[in-house]
Design a protein. Structure first.
Length: 721
């Protein structure tokens, strides 16, 4: 249990610069040769997301995947999927222009079963989850990404059910360093410019990171432009040898087309087609935080973080188009705007004790948000020859205030605690609990309230839940450790699920219980590492989106669900050669889900739930500063509908990465995607209930994957490498 032998001063400094420390200890061994020597032949990696404090992964009884700073620097990710899909059991699903859905111990879905964090603070408040919200992150501002798999509600609150994805911001460098990067992909019509500058001036460290990406209309896919500007500024100031003040500012601005999905015939026969010409999403996000961290007690470190968020999300979404397929002539959709304005406080204290090398991590979290929402219907003009949606007009001219116009005040207050101890030298026990209380104060701005097409009446609704966790790790040898845990999580209904239509649906919070065991091992003097987990996640009252008719869905509680599987990660590094494998075999089922007296999906597999997902890569370094790697991505087949009668056959993709450091300043690189130019779907679903006539071109929907493309890039570094 070496990680708990550090002095209080070391702990305070590590807490002050958690992202920097996590990079140095978790994966950037070149920058920390002492850690590299200590890690040789052992499973020894430091993470911060498993306990909200620096801890040896060996002593963390939960599956956590890490993408280190060295991986990000080497592989130049274009999307979040390039970052996290290499982690076993994690699948970021590309919907175009950084729009996405997710799968972590759950089917691929847009459900609010994940918590997305930046330095441990949620990037959105509870109740306003957006499956696309990772487009609000600045990849250039992150140093490390950690994914906690399974319920993390005991630390991070509700929604952290399938998992929690924590982006750790990069700390300022000790010496002057700067970067200018450019990349271009002709097939995708994509170009991007990166800039970064960092330095420390005495007690003050500063870092600025930015990127601007542009996807032109001239690319393989019709109507798919996308523009994003994203910046992160961070300042660290050492107040005393044991206290630091850290300020950060993140701003993103996304303006992107929503090409939408294709029907069966167009998916098979029309590469790059889009039936839309005006659907879009515009996201503007600003997050600011100020954290004070200091040694306040002997062997105790306190962190106080004040944060502010603003998010403005406006769109004409392609997925709300109704009657725009087949031979139907009536076609309509929606325009909407969802705004969030938050102020919050996160207070945490870590206290170390000599008794059994124990420590207590406890705190209070408070988040108050205003959430105004507006929506109106649009009448769509459809070209009968091409089938394209070419223009629109406001369908509700007599209701300029919209068909939905409301504000919800959200209050989330939580207390949490986690206690860790080592009753035996090689055994560590962890027990944690969090109590969350969420209150929605809903105000309908339309009248008459509660009548047809005017939304639900004003109300106040609250949810609360105690989320416990208990786990243990056992270091069997220096090279092997086993762990196990039982944890619970819950997800309250989202605001849009409750108040998005005329009446308030009868929705209960979804609750989950997770049981898992895992094995971590190192072989060949640490050159080969294994990280595996076996889990079962039982859900009760899981909230699912049930498609009544194409374009018309409603939220319902499924009685019971079960997700179970095995996750396996192998990493090999032997100098000139390196390789990785991340794979998961899983099954996600409705244990009990009776939609009506005549329609029962109990025992069926949940839709969009591949049985197996694999990402593997082998790399070769032919000369100093150069690396060439071939990646294989496999997604297994899955059912597209609840009735398990329409199937997507899965796909295999091959990608190439190559880079060469010409000197300490200049690096050139190349990436090839979908080398075999396969036709595949990033997403495939069907509204066919299993009853009645099956109409593929009306009921099936596909998000077409990109064909073969090549990206070239150049980075020039100034100062420190």
């Amino acid at each position: 249990m070496k990680s708990f032998q550090k002095s209080t001063l070391q702990l305070a400094l590590m807490a002050c610069f958690l992202p920097y420390s996590a990079v140095a200890l978790a994966g950037n061994d070149e920058a920390n040769p002492n850690v590299a020597a200590a890690n040789a032949g052992a499973v020894h990696e430091v993470v911060v997301s498993g306990s909200r404090a620096a801890a040896d992964l060996n002593e963390t009884p939960q599956a956590i995947g890490v993408v280190t700073a060295s991986m990000l620097k080497r592989d130049k990710p274009k999307t979040m999927g390039d970052i996290i899909n290499r982690i076993a059991g994690v699948h970021w699903n590309d919907l175009g222009n950084e729009q996405h859905s997710m799968s972590i111990r759950q089917p691929v879905s847009t459900n609010a079963v994940y918590q997305y964090l930046e330095d441990g603070i949620p990037i959105r408040p509870l109740g306003v989850f957006n499956h696309n919200s990772l487009n609000e992150m600045n990849m250039a501002g992150s140093s490390t990404v950690e994914v906690v798999k399974g319920p993390a509600s005991s630390l991070y609150g509700s929604n952290a059910v399938g998992g929690a994805v924590n982006f750790l911001s990069a700390a300022p460098s000790k010496e002057l360093t700067a970067l200018l990067g450019m990349r271009y992909d002709q097939t995708a019509g994509f170009r991007r410019i990166d800039t970064m500058a960092s330095n420390t001036f005495g007690d003050l460290g500063l870092r600025f990171a930015h990127y601007s990406s542009r996807r032109s209309a001239n690319n393989w896919q019709e109507y798919s432009y996308g523009n994003k500007d994203s910046l992160t500024a961070r300042a660290d100031y050492a107040l005393t040898p044991t206290a630091v003040l850290r300020a950060s500012l993140v701003h993103t601005d996304l303006d992107a087309a929503m090409a939408g999905s294709l029907n069966e015939t167009d998916f098979r026969n029309s590469t790059g087609k889009s039936v839309n010409t005006f659907t879009y999403r515009k996201d503007k996000t600003t997050r600011a935080s100020l954290a004070w961290e200091a040694e306040t007690l002997r062997d105790g470190v306190t962190t106080v973080t004040l944060f502010k968020r603003q998010n403005d999300h406006g769109q004409i979404p392609s997925y709300t188009m109704v009657g725009c397929s087949g031979t139907a002539k009536a076609c309509q959709g929606t325009e909407n705007n969802n705004h969030v304005d938050s102020l919050g406080l996160d207070l945490k204290h870590q206290q170390n004790f000599n008794w059994m090398q124990s420590r207590l991590i406890a705190g209070v979290y408070w988040d108050k948000s205003d959430n105004p929402y507006y929506s109106n219907n649009i009448a769509v003009v459809r070209d009968p020859v091409s089938g394209k949606n070419i223009s629109y007009t406001l369908a509700n001219a007599t209701t300029p205030k919209g068909v939905r116009n409301y504000q919800t005040d959200i209050d989330n207050l939580a207390v949490f605690a986690q206690y860790e101890m080592s009753p035996l030298q090689d055994v560590r026990l962890v027990a944690g609990v969090r109590n969350d209380r969420i209150e929605y104060n809903y105000h309908n701005l339309l009248a008459p309230q509660g009548s047809a097409n005017y939304g639900a009446p004003d109300e106040v609704r609250s949810f609360s839940r105690l989320s416990p966790k208990i786990g243990a790790t056992w270091a069997v040898t220096q090279q092997a450790s086993v762990y196990g845990n039982i944890s619970e999580g819950f997800t309250p209904p989202e605001i849009s699920q409750l108040y998005g239509k005329t009446g308030i649906p009868d929705l209960s919070p979804a609750t989950y219980r997770n049981t898992e065991i895992g094995l971590r091992m190192a072989f060949l003097d640490g050159k080969l590492r294994l990280d595996s987990a076996l889990y079962r996640l039982d859900g009760r009252d899981t909230i699912v989106s049930y498609t009544v008719t194409p374009g018309n869905s409603e939220n319902r509680n499924a009685g019971r669900t079960r997700s179970e599987g095995i996750e396996l990660a192998l990493n090999f590094n032997a100098g000139a050669w390196d390789a990785r494998l991340g794979t998961t075999f899983a099954r996600h089922r409705f244990q009990r889900y009776q939609v009506s007296s005549t329609l029962d999906y109990s025992g069926k597999d949940m839709p969009q739930a591949p049985r197996d997902i694999t990402s593997a890569e082998i790399g070769f370094k032919p000369l100093a500063g150069a690396r060439v790697a071939l990646e294989w991505v496999h997604q297994g087949k899955y059912w597209m509908n609840n009735a398990n009668t329409v199937e997507y056959g899965g796909h295999h993709l091959f990608n190439l990465r190559a880079h060469y450091e010409v000197n300490r300043q200049l690096e050139i690189w190349l990436q090839g995607r979908n080398l075999a130019n396969r036709l595949y779907a990033d997403s495939a679903s069907s509204s066919y209930s299993g009853v009645g006539v099956y109409q593929p071109d009306v009921q099936n929907s596909y998000t077409q994957g990109a064909p073969r493309s090549w990206m070239i890039g150049l980075n020039y570094r100034f100062g420190q490498k």
